[in-house]
Design a binder for this molecule. Sequence first.
Ligand code: UD1
Length: 419
Amino acid sequence: MGEFVVRGGRRLDGTLRVHGAKNAALPIMAASVLASGPVTLEGVPRLRDVDVMTEVLTALGATVRWVSHSSLVIDPSGINEYVIPQELMMKMRASIFVIGPLLARMGHAVALQPGGCSIGDRPIDIHIYGFEQLGAQVSETEIGTRLDAPELQAGLVHLSYPSVGATENLMMAAARTPGETRIRNAAMEPEIVDLAQFLEKMGATVRGAGTSDIRIVGQRELSGVTHTIIPDRIEAATFMLAAAATGGHVVLENCIAEHLPGLMGRLRDVGCRVEERDGDVVELTTPEKYKTTPISLHTGPYPGFATDMQAQFMAFLLKVPGVHIISERVFENRLGHARELRRMGAQIVADQRVALIYGGRPLHAADVRALDLRAGAALVIAGLMTEGETVIADREIIERGYQDLDRRLTQLGADIIQR
Ligand code: UD1
């Protein structure tokens, strides 16, 4: 595995264009399985997770090819397989997104239940419950959990928790199932709305995406379409926090401020100026000096504070004088980066769910490790605001979710290289 080497202490300044959202691209790639003809996706980020989804689709019999640096064409007409290869399931949990489309298209799907990962156990019981409500039979086999439903039945599914993945999986299956399916207590993330728009273009009717009550009227035949993926709100947040942590300034193009509730307000609370322009441009200017402001937040399903921004925000808070509290409420074990940040001298007291962060105290460079994708991004931010050479091991974990991170930060004036 490689490393990022960051020589920090430089103020970031510049303009960047935000890439398409990983978490919208992955389910929409999976939803292409539903189409009768080729699908063209634009604004697809070049990421390891996108490569794994490409492998999954190819293993099922689809053809996938890049036609420009950010456009993919997926032709699902050759799909003849319904078992998701075990090694791909192990590589990426999001492979599970293919289950719903496969079940609707082929009447069967088999997948290994994803195991525990560094941020918690992450079961798929809510996905499975939803498919059962739509008439699928579930059985455990040697190669994984098998779902059979020669004909799915539209119906009502009430989720016990607004799981993003379960909502998406059920929306995809429902889009190819005649009749009206209603998902209550659905997730409300912007990526759900993007998926809904994609399914609508293909021929399904989707009402209520972005609320907790989604209704989908499916069609037996869905057509191949062209779709542009929404901007990545987590990439945008990461660049804003990196700039803010170095006392810098950044202009982000292709950034939808509305998708960042919680973040904008808190950046303003500590004295940053955040301006929105022209619908999709956001400019962040940091104050001379952060005032002492205790910040308290907890993560939650959208429109709550995104768990995927929590680690990066924690790194940024180390810059802001005051005692801050972060409570992680989406995943049961997503504060591991506190330990890595402590290696850099950060004063953080944390258990599995809650962290107390003593901000405004100096850090020192150290050798640290990216435990998961966003934890890794947090360490990059900490490295950028710290004098000396911070070495972040397991760079590839960060690259699962950030395209050209080192090149883009260098563009803003950072000193970061990979090796
Ligand atoms: C998606 C995002 C991920 C983000 C997360 C929460 C993608 C590819 N990934 O993941 O980046 O951090 O939303 O915003 O879009 N749960 C269950 N049973 C289930 C499903 C989920 O208990 O069947 C639990 C999980 O363990 C977790 C919580 O629900 O504690 C949220 O998970 P979920 O919303 O499903 O996240 P993902 O779709 O996996």
